[in-house]
Write a new protein. Sequence first.
Length: 132
Amino acid sequence: MSKSSYRDLLVWQKARVLAKDIYILTRRFPRTETFGIVSQMRRSAVSIACNIAEGQGRWTRPDYRRFLLIARGSTFELETQIIIAADIGYIEDPDALIERTSEIARMLNGLLKYLSKVQRKPPVPRPLRPAP
């Protein structure tokens, strides 16, 4: 793994901004939703950035991958919550937010593919057998 910080990752930066924007957006939701969809959306949004950070802080690539997969799952969770909030009438135009969560999921997919590629070891060459 790289010695750079998780804060250098563009995907983490985008996830952090998305979490901030979700907090700002959900301030306008009805107070009755404080412990409902507001809490769920905020938790999902924060989970994305936090799992990216926690994963990079782990000792092994498999651990890093596991946390990236959790972050990826949180993007789909948040996307679903955005759609539901729009269905209820709390968000007028969810398309931009959905695209941002999708972009983060795609970036996480790319990072996961990279880690899978790097993790694989080249095949060990077999010794040649003498011809009979």
